[in-house]
Design a protein. Sequence first.
Length: 55
Amino acid sequence: MSSTEQLSYIKERFNSVMEAIESLEAEEVSLEELDQLLSVLDDIETKCREVNQPE
């Protein structure tokens, strides 16, 4: 996967997470949902680090 493709993937994942966060109701969100979102954000961070490493 090229760097451009990887960046597009990261942007798509990030946008999906942002949409999910925006749709949450603060009074109804569970700890499991928050943990899932944090896990996805961790995955995105890891992918960003991989993309930024020189080859």
